[in-house]
Design a protein around this ligand. Structure first.
Ligand SMILES: [Zn+2]
Length: 116
């Protein structure tokens, strides 16, 4: 039965070799550029999915060079009250409203701290 155990050892050695083969899988280099023009080069396994965006050392998002544009993030732009007002009213209209309001204020019909 000593023959069998020897064979087992050989098989084990062979499988270790194939593990090494996996570790030295071909690599690809992904190049990222951020808005500050910093370049980051990262090695990825060719089988790995290269992320389209990488965080740069300056904190900005660096985009993959020659890569597809990343999915635009659904971020609602911060709207101020003024923005919302402009969406409903044109500026000349607002000027007219302001003029009316100022007239009311000057005539003392409303107090300056009353809500619009
Ligand atoms: Zn940067």
């Amino acid at each position: 039965m000593s023959n069998r155990s020897l064979r087992g050892t050989r098989l084990g050695a062979l499988s270790m070799e194939s593990d090494e083969g996996v570790l030295s899988a071909p690599r690809q280099e992904a190049e990222y550029v951020c808005a500050n023009n910093h370049t980051i080069v990262l090695p990825f396994s060719v089988e790995a999915e290269v992320p389209p965006v990488w965080e740069c050392r300056c904190g900005l998002e660096a985009l993959l060079k020659d890569g597809a544009e990343p999915e635009p993030k659904v971020v609602k732009p911060t709207r101020t009250h003024w923005d919302m007002l402009l969406e409903r009213r044109a500026v000349p209209e607002l000027e007219k409203l302001l003029e009316q309001r100022l007239e009311l204020l000057r005539s003392g019909k409303i107090r300056s701290n009353s809500a619009f």
